[in-house]
Design a protein around this ligand. Structure first.
Ligand SMILES: NC(=O)c1ccc[n+]([C@@H]2O[C@H](COP(=O)([O-])OP(=O)(O)OC[C@H]3O[C@@H](n4cnc5c(N)ncnc54)[C@H](O)[C@@H]3O)[C@@H](O)[C@H]2O)c1
Length: 270
């Protein structure tokens, strides 16, 4: 992918993988549009970049906000060339404990955020006959993970959306391309991330859930460095790969699942 003097839009750029992507893309010569909820962490990302950047506060679950991101990008840099749909949330809860507000919140950010990005930016990329749409999914977009039903659902949907998008682009002879990242544990704020008032818990969480969440927080705290994950994405984009796998066990586990499905149909073996 040509990066010099092109413009990348990164959602969820105030921390974690989004900040890693912003830094790696800036180092590669791109202008950056840093998108997120709150300005202070976005400012921190901006100050760590070597190149041009602007900050646009936006909630990706809101279509008008995402349109505003596109408008501000054009106003500042004249065009966008890479959209990184990265913002995401990941609350832990057993399926039985997940409230309807949590389902709505997770799907509105993790799935609708990506749908909004595709809906707003794809016509711009098609019109200029150039552009790449990327999404951060997860290993949870390829196989089931306990205590993450809403997250799992959203990430499966993102993988499906991105695969369908890529096939539609190739079938129509479009010059626009797309790709998806399915990372494993990465050292970010995901597990401890904020939640909106509507999705705050009013139901009691089982001791088992608290223990699993603690374990997951430890796994994430010991996860891969987000900038290393971002470097893997940029390398994959340069090689024109659709799938980005920063963690080797992810495609291996997905393959194992496919083999189990065809052999015994017993998902519980995973
Ligand atoms: N950390 C991991 O182990 C891991 C593994 C697989 C996939 N992921 C995915 O990576 C992506 C980035 O998450 P992260 O791990 O860097 O966590 P993070 O919490 O550090 O970063 C997520 C960012 O998204 C922002 N955000 C949340 N809701 C938003 C909204 N409605 N609008 C705009 N911005 C919003 C947050 O403010 C935050 O800056 C997510 O899509 C996540 O699902 C993370």
């Amino acid at each position: 992918m040509d990066t010099i003097e092109k413009t990348a839009v990164v959602t969820g750029a105030g921390s974690g993988i989004g900040r890693g992507l912003a830094r790696v893309l800036s180092n590669a010569g791109m202008n950056l549009v840093l998108v997120g909820h709150h300005e202070p962490p976005l400012e921190e990302t901006a100050s760590s970049l070597i190149g041009n950047s602007i900050i646009v506060e936006a909630d990706v679950s809101n279509l008008e906000d995402v349109q505003h991101v596109a408008d501000e990008t054009i106003r500042a840099f004249g065009a966008a060339h890479l959209l990184c749909n990265n913002a995401g949330v990941g609350p832990f809860a057993a399926t039985q404990e997940t409230t309807i507000e949590e389902w709505e919140w997770v799907l509105s950010v993790n799935l609708w955020g990506v749908i909004h990005g595709v809906h707003v930016f794809l016509p711009l990329f098609e019109a200029q006959k150039e552009g790449h749409i990327y999404a951060t999914a997860s290993e949870a977009g390829l196989y089931g993970v306990p205590f993450l039903a809403a997250y799992n659902t959203s990430k499966f949907a993102v993988v499906g959306l991105m695969q369908s998008l890529e096939r539609d682009l190739r079938a129509s002879g479009s010059s626009v391309t797309s790709s998806v990242l399915c990372p494993g544990a990465t050292r970010t704020h995901l597990v401890e991330g904020e939640r909106p008032v509507a999705a705050r818990r009013e139901v009691a969480v089982a001791e088992k859930t608290k223990a699993i969440k603690k374990e997951a927080a430890e796994v994430v705290a010991n996860g891969m460095d987000p900038e290393t994950v971002a470097e893997c994405v940029l390398e994959g984009m340069r090689k024109k790969q659709f799938w980005h796998f920063s963690h080797d066990h992810v495609p291996q586990t997905a393959l194992k699942q496919a083999q189990i499905m065809s052999a015994s149909r017993e998902l519980s073996q995973l």
